[in-house]
Design a protein around this ligand. Structure first.
Ligand SMILES: *Cc1c(COP(=O)(O)O)cnc(C)c1O
Length: 361
């Protein structure tokens, strides 16, 4: 705290990301990064862009990243006017809160969800209501349909699908139900993990002008370090995001990020191979943890959410850490007995299971 801080800054409660420890030989299963490298074509594209002497870095990048918008539009069967790109999907989401969710009525999101949402609400002054997940940690679409505040619909809806940190997937039919029940509010589906077993709602954007789907290249494309995310929706929604972006930073994506993201999106074979490996490892890890007595929620993501009926989750996380394995534990109501474990390589997950077997013995 300092007398130089503005009132806004004094009142903020910033997001705390999972740690990135600078320890060698760590098994890092805490921030949902992909254990496999990105497409080699992405690295080749960066090298080509540097063109031997990096002279091109002298010049600003394309402020609209048209090349990338075209690649995304082609991959998802939409037009470039339906695509917005940003410096990681966190930046895209920040603009979404400012541009599309800041209204008079409260927005809705699940009580157990991506913990950045309440942070953005705090930053932009967006009123919100946290809607409890069902007992089995699923989202009940009925909870997002029909209520009014002073005679108005909610100010918007946002949730990850699959949800984080539960991994549970909501079927597209449930999303459609929300879209129909809230025609005057934007419904934002944060699909950071959809490539690991979900079905994208992008197929619905032509039918619902209140739908915005947000993606990231950080998880399924192994490019968390590059910072690229995007949104797909009706051109009017995209225009709102562009207006905020162009009032904030004209060049959110640098030259290297643009070309590497394009190459990664075009490398369908590498993408499919990595996703399939993660899914296969998830199935094995789920079975292994169940055999150790864990209750594992059904996951459509690149992580699992699990609890042991007899052992305290914080203690388990601590014991794993002593063995150089880090997983995520949230000290939050309802989920403080769960561990969120990122799917690593088969070898990393095997090491985790071995360590847990020792700890539980
Ligand atoms: C990882 C994650 C993001 C952020 O991804 P970046 O593109 O790396 O900023 C957004 N939403 C959810 C639910 C996530 O888990």
């Amino acid at each position: 705290m300092s007398r130089f801080w503005s009132k806004v800054v004094r009142d903020l409660t910033p997001y705390v990301p999972g740690e990135q420890p600078k320890i060698a030989n760590l098994i890092k299963l805490n921030t949902n990064e992909n254990p496999y490298p990105p497409s080699p074509k992405a690295l080749a594209a960066i090298e080509a862009e540097l063109d031997g002497d990096a002279a091109r870095l002298r010049l600003y990048p394309d402020p609209n990243a048209d090349l990338l918008k075209s690649a995304i539009a082609k991959r998802h069967g939409v037009t470039t006017a339906q695509v917005f790109v940003g410096n990681g999907s966190d930046e895209v989401l920040a603009h979404v809160f400012m541009a599309l969710l800041k209204h008079e009525a409260p927005i809705l999101f699940p009580d157990i969800s991506y913990s950045f949402y309440p942070v953005y609400c705090g930053l932009y002054g967006v009123p919100y209501i946290q809607v409890p997940l069902a007992e089995d940690f699923t989202i009940n679409p009925d909870d997002y349909c029909g209520q009014t505040w002073n005679g108005e619909q909610c100010g918007g809806i946002i949730f990850p699908n699959p949800n984080a940190p539960t991994g549970r997937l909501l079927p597209l039919a449930a999303i459609e139900q929300m879209l129909k029940a809230n025609p005057d509010a934007v419904v934002v589906v944060d699909e950071a993990y959809v490539d690991f077993g979900g079905e994208t709602a992008i197929s619905l954007v032509d039918r619902y002008d209140n739908l915005l789907v947000v993606h990231t290249l950080s998880k399924s494309r192994s490019l968390a370090g590059l910072r690229v995310g995007f949104a797909v929706g009706h051109p009017d929604l995209i225009e709102a995001l562009e207006r905020v972006k162009n009032s904030f930073n004209s060049y959110p994506l640098d030259r290297l990020a643009i070309v590497a993201a394009v190459a990664a999106i075009e490398d369908e074979a590498h993408f499919a191979e990595c996703c399939n490996k993660v899914i296969a490892t998830r199935d094995t890890l789920t079975a292994d943890l169940a055999s150790l007595g864990f209750e594992v929620l059904p996951s459509a993501a690149n992580f699992i959410f699990a609890r042991h009926p007899q052992r305290d989750a914080a203690e388990l996380a601590k014991a794993l850490r002593e063995r150089s394995i880090i997983v995520r534990h949230f000290k939050l109501p309802r989920i403080d007995q769960f561990l969120r474990i990122t799917i690593g390589t088969d070898g990393e997950c095997q090491a985790l299971v071995t360590a847990l077997r020792e700890i539980l013995a």
